[in-house]
Ligand binder design. Structure first.
Ligand SMILES: [Zn+2]
Ligand SMILES: [Zn+2]
Length: 281
């Protein structure tokens, strides 16, 4: 079993050293762990910002730390990637960071839509309050489509993250309400040779379901998306396997027979193993 979305204390929003995360992953029975720390840093005022030199230094230290960690946790395949926040004004910095480091894997994320941090900023409810679900979610997917058109990463993170807090305004989301734009976006993901992840953090958040919804995982396969990873989006060692069994079962139920891992940003098939892990949800 794999976790391809994890943050340690080299991310401004997470706790626990790389070694602690790796030991927790091995103890939970994971085969592979890929760290995906944010390249951006959280400012004291709660806004995220990017400083390319800072990110290159910090992620470079993580790559060095991984060499030592592999020595002491030999049963675990440990990889180092990063999570990039797509904003048009940051693209040059993101590309410089990606080109400067031998990272295994890059997630592309949208957390901010039209100036609103839709993953939990102070103004998160304001984004949904004045919009219909179709407009609020549709606009988010438009920004994801812009990010896919840019394409400077490997896998789209938490594909329908907008439902995390949209759930508070609209309740559970039925993806068929936006089936046409979502299927079109998945077609663009496939055409760009990008992938999606099953992000299991949603099991512990208001939607009580993974990002994306299981039906979207099926639509992705039908659209010809080649790469599917599974990630816990863990921010502490005790969460390193949270929901992975359920997320892996979603992949199998949607007809996927293998998952994808990454080595130096080259995709390779990994076994879709449903063997039990220490699953915290
Ligand atoms: Zn994220
Ligand atoms: Zn993340």
């Amino acid at each position: 079993m794999i976790n391809y979305h994890a943050h340690d204390d080299a991310s401004s929003d997470a706790a626990g050293s790389l070694l602690e995360h790796a030991r927790a992953a091995a103890a939970a029975g994971l085969d592979e762990l890929c760290l995906t720390n944010h390249v951006e840093i959280l400012r004291p005022d709660g806004e995220w910002t990017v400083d390319a030199d800072e990110a290159i230094d910090r992620l470079g230290r993580e790559i060095e730390a991984a060499v030592a960690t592999r020595e002491v946790v030999p049963g675990l395949t440990l990889r180092v990637g990063a999570e990039l926040e797509y904003r048009p004004e940051w693209v040059q910095d993101l590309e410089r960071i990606a080109a400067s480091l031998p990272l295994d894997y890059l997630l592309g994320s949208v957390h901010v839509v039209d100036g609103h941090n839709i993953s939990g900023g102070a103004d998160v409810d304001a984004y949904f309050r004045d919009r219909s679900l179709e407009r609020a979610y549709g606009r988010y997917f438009e920004i994801v489509a812009e990010m896919v058109a840019w394409g400077g990463f490997d896998v789209v993170a938490h594909f329908d993250l907008v439902k995390r807090f949209g759930h508070r305004t609209y309740g559970p989301w039925d993806p068929s309400t936006l089936e046409a734009p979502v299927r079109k976006l998945l077609g663009a993901v496939a055409d760009s040779n990008l992938g999606i992840e099953i992000n299991t953090s949603g099991y512990g958040q208001p939607p009580g379901a993974p990002y994306p919804d299981p039906i979207i995982v099926r639509w992705a396969r039908e659209a010809g998306v080649a790469c599917l990873t599974v990630g816990a989006d863990s921010h502490a060692p005790h969460r390193v396997a949270a929901g992975l069994e359920r997320g892996t079962a979603v992949a199998a139920a949607a007809g996927w027979t293998t998952l994808t891992g990454f080595d130096g940003r080259r995709p390779r098939p990994v076994e879709l193993s449903e063997s039990p892990v220490g699953d915290a949800w």
